[in-house]
Design a protein around this ligand. Structure first.
Ligand SMILES: [Fe+2]
Length: 267
């Protein structure tokens, strides 16, 4: 049995104490780490599914490194995933400790912890806010899956079109890449796909594989076809994997369910 933590969407600003309309990202992350500590759980590893430093600033990653150290002190390594507001050059240098700073090369890697293969993908699309997965990354993924080990795949963008309660839908990923992704993982032993980006705890399924979108540290969003409402809430997820059964417990914190803003959707 393996228990691990899933954080997402930190959106750290260049200075501690700096605020945006959703509040102070650092204060929210610190509160989440405290909440994680209060659980008394020592995770085998933790994943942060992207949007770590707002605009990929070096200062934001300096702060992120401190938080990553604190999360590591709870137990196990921390596996960062790149999001759409991160920047490949600074993300790679600071969080993956790789020396080259090629901004076009995606940041993907794998790590095995307690016989679970965790595959971290880079779904960043420099031209659009929707996700993508292209060659050679998808070919690399294919090779990693050949060993049939129990696998967790983590990427920032949810690889699906979001079905809205009012019947409309909201594309989150390049459709061609999404289809290729599911074809690639079809015969593998993928237990779950973990994502971020939506700022909402959400679960769906594709081809019997669970896709779990973790709540964000920064805020919570509720989207319908006309508006997106942003709330002052913050959360993370505790996942427990036993054999091939994953149990996911979102822990969402909000002193008051305060509506911050309502944004019209334009499609
Ligand atoms: Fe995002």
């Amino acid at each position: 049995m393996t228990t691990f933590f899933h954080f997402s969407d930190f959106h750290i600003l260049p200075k501690k104490g700096m605020t945006r309309e959703e509040g102070d990202p650092c204060q929210k992350i610190e509160k989440l780490i405290e909440t994680a500590e209060e659980t008394g759980i020592s995770p085998s590893f933790s994943i942060i599914t992207g949007d770590i430093s707002q605009n990929g600033s070096q200062e934001g990653y300096d702060i992120a490194k401190d938080y990553i150290k604190k999360i590591e002190q709870l137990g196990g390594p921390v596996l960062p995933v790149i999001g759409n507001v991160d920047k490949r050059e600074t993300f790679r240098k600071n969080l993956l400790k790789e020396s080259h700073n090629e901004k076009l090369t995606p940041c993907y890697y794998t790590k095995t912890v307690e016989d679970i293969q965790v595959i971290v993908l880079d779904s960043q699309n420099l031209k659009k806010v929707t996700g993508q997965l292209q060659e050679p990354q998808i070919h690399w993924l294919e090779e990693q899956l050949l060993n049939k080990e129990p696998t967790i795949i983590a990427l920032h963008h949810p690889p699906f079109t979001l079905q809205l309660p009012d019947g409309l839908s909201y594309p989150l990923f390049k459709v061609k890449d999404e289809l290729r992704f599911y074809k690639t993982i079809k015969e593998s032993n993928t237990v779950a796909i973990l994502c971020g980006h939506l700022h909402q705890s959400l679960i769906t399924q594709r081809n019997k594989v669970s896709i779990i979108v973790g709540p964000a540290a920064l805020s919570e969003s509720l989207i319908n076809s006309k508006v997106s409402k942003t709330y002052n809430a913050s959360g993370f997820t505790i996942h427990t994997l036993k054999e091939n059964a994953l149990t996911s417990r979102p822990v969402i914190y909000s002193e008051e369910r305060k509506l911050i803003k309502t944004t019209p959707i334009t499609q």
